[in-house]
Structures are given as C-alpha cells and as structure tokens.
Design a protein around this ligand. Structure first.
Ligand code: NAD
Length: 265
C-alpha cells in the first residue's frame, strides 16, 4: 500500500486529496501537515475533511519514515522546503503549487536530477486532453487566427494568470515557434493600438467560488473556434495527483508533467 504525505492538509486541495485517498484502496494517508501557526494542528485529518477519523493527526513537521511519496499543493516557498526534504530521503514529490518564480523553478529543475518529481500546472485529465486539442488547433489555425486565453477562478486565488492559462499559452507558443516572453500580452488598458497578430493575449477574471474555467479562443475573420475546459469539482485535481504519485514511484529521477503520466506525449 502506497503511503502518501499531504502537506497543506486543511487547504482547499489538501482536504480533497485526503478525501480522494480515503476512497482509494491502493493508497493510504501516512502524514498530514499544516503551517506551524494553524489552528487545526493536532486534529484528525479525516475529521478535518468532514470524513470519519483516520488516525493521522495534522502536524507541523514531517517524518520521512511516515510516507513513500509527498503531494504538495501549498505555496512556492513552502514547496521548495519540501523538495529539499524529499531529495534528502529520495521520496518522489508531486507538486500542484503554482506561481513559482524563475529562481524557485531552477531549484526544481536541479532537484529533479536526482529525484522523481511530477510538476503539473493542472492535474486534471480533462485539462491535459484540452492541451492536446489546443496544440492541434494551433497547428491548423495559428498562422491566421488571433489567439486569446481567458481564465476565471475563485476570489481567493493569489496568482494570475493561472498556471494552467500560462501552460496553454506555452503550448500555443511552442507549436507556432513564438516566444511567450515577448509575445504574451497580460491584459489591456487605455490606448493599446491595434492587435499585433503574433501576440498571445491573456485575460483574467476572479470571483466567487469558480473552481477553474479556461478558454482558448482562435478568432479568424468570419469564424471563431473556442476550446473550453470547466472544472466543477477539485477532486479531479486530487485524483490526478494520486495517479501521478503511483506512477512516479516507478520512474527514475526526472521532472515529469501530467502528459507523461497519462502517456499523451
Ligand atoms: P489553500 O490556501 O486553500 O491551501 C494551502 C494550504 O497550505 C493552507 O491550508 C495553508 O495553511 C497550508 N500551508 C501553508 N504553509 C504551510 C507549511 N509550511 N506546511 C504545511 N502547510 C502549509 O490553497 P489551494 O486552493 O488548496 O491551492 C494551493 C496551491 O495549489 C495553489 O498554488 C494553487 O494555485 C494550486 N492548485 C493547483 C492545481 C493543479 O492542478 N496543479 C489545482 C488547484 C490548486
């Protein structure tokens, strides 16, 4: 039985991960952590998620003997600490956290030389299929269409555009030989001038309890193609992350993404 550690266990994703683990007979919860000032420390992780007691209490430290792989949906600086712990004890880490800066991203690349890491901007199987569809549409329409990426999330999301929107932009850029560093336009205001064809636009909406909507628009003269994914339940990410953890246990050191896990490449 695969023992998983869930960090950020009482967060939105943490609770869904614990729920998903309790419904999966192939895995078990080995450890659950929260920030050292968190009011729920010491509570049973199962109770915190609204399920029955599971015997694992929320703690602010991790014992590497308690788990085989770690799943981290927290904040970038927290995730970087967990990568160091996993690297020291050779435990695969599944990272859902978004919003890494270039320095933190480089630290992940370095750790992956000796550790199996799955880093995905989005663990949903549907989103990863959507990325494939975006690649196809970019190949067929990209030279003539104006491409815009729109995303909407709940009011608590702290980074923008979403990691998934950026990933979608990267797929478009890679397929068309464009550079997101120079061709991305993050919002428009005032006298912007006419749209330049090679740009890839991003628009962000934040509000309510929207779990995650993404649309890539390919706008031609006379017709538009829109590729949309809408998440209505965070369990899709939790189930994807657990699938990734099972898969990562069997892989050599390296930095992997969900298309690797799903063999979409
Ligand atoms: P959240 O704020 O609800 O949860 C984060 C949790 O981490 C909080 O409970 C917080 O107390 C805890 N935490 C903070 N410091 C900690 C520490 N030192 N040790 C242990 N826990 C600590 O956030 P969320 O909505 O669950 O999202 C978390 C991250 O996951 C965000 O970056 C979000 O963008 C990302 N996310 C990714 C995907 C994906 O598929 N890749 C899906 C959903 C969310």
């Amino acid at each position: 039985m695969l023992k998983l550690a869930i960090v950020g266990a009482s967060g939105r994703m943490g609770r869904n991960l614990i729920n998903a683990i309790m419904d999966d007979e192939a895995v078990t919860l080995g450890a659950a952590t929260e920030a050292s000032d968190h009011p729920l420390l010491g509570q049973d992780a199962g109770v915190v998620t609204g399920r029955g007691a599971c015997g694992i209490l929320l703690q602010d430290t991790l014992n590497p003997d308690d788990f085989d792989a770690l799943i981290d949906f927290t904040r970038p600086h927290v995730t970087i600490k967990h990568i160091k712990l996993c690297a020291a004890h050779n435990k695969p880490i599944i990272i859902g956290t978004t919003g890494f800066n270039p320095e933190e991203r480089a630290a992940i690349d370095t750790a992956a030389r000796h550790l199996s890491i799955v880093l995905a901007a989005n663990f949903s199987v549907g989103v990863n299929l959507t990325l494939k569809l975006i690649e196809t549409a970019s190949r067929v329409l990209g030279d003539t269409a104006d491409i815009e990426i729109m995303e909407a999330h709940h009011r608590y999301k702290v980074d923008a555009p979403s990691g998934t929107a950026l990933r979608m932009g990267q797929v478009v850029a890679d397929t068309l030989g464009r550079d997101l560093n120079t061709d991305a336009v993050y919002g428009r205001e005032g006298h912007t001038g006419e749209r330049e064809q090679q740009t890839i636009g991003f628009a962000t909406v934040r509000g309510g309890d929207i779990i995650g909507d993404h649309t890539v628009l390919f706008a031609e003269d006379g017709e538009r193609v829109e590729i949309t994914h809408k998440a209505s339940n965070r369990l899709i990410y939790a189930n994807g992350a657990i699938r990734a953890a099972k898969w990562a246990m069997l892989q050599p050191a390296g930095l992997y993404d969900m298309p690797d896990v799903l063999e979409l490449n």
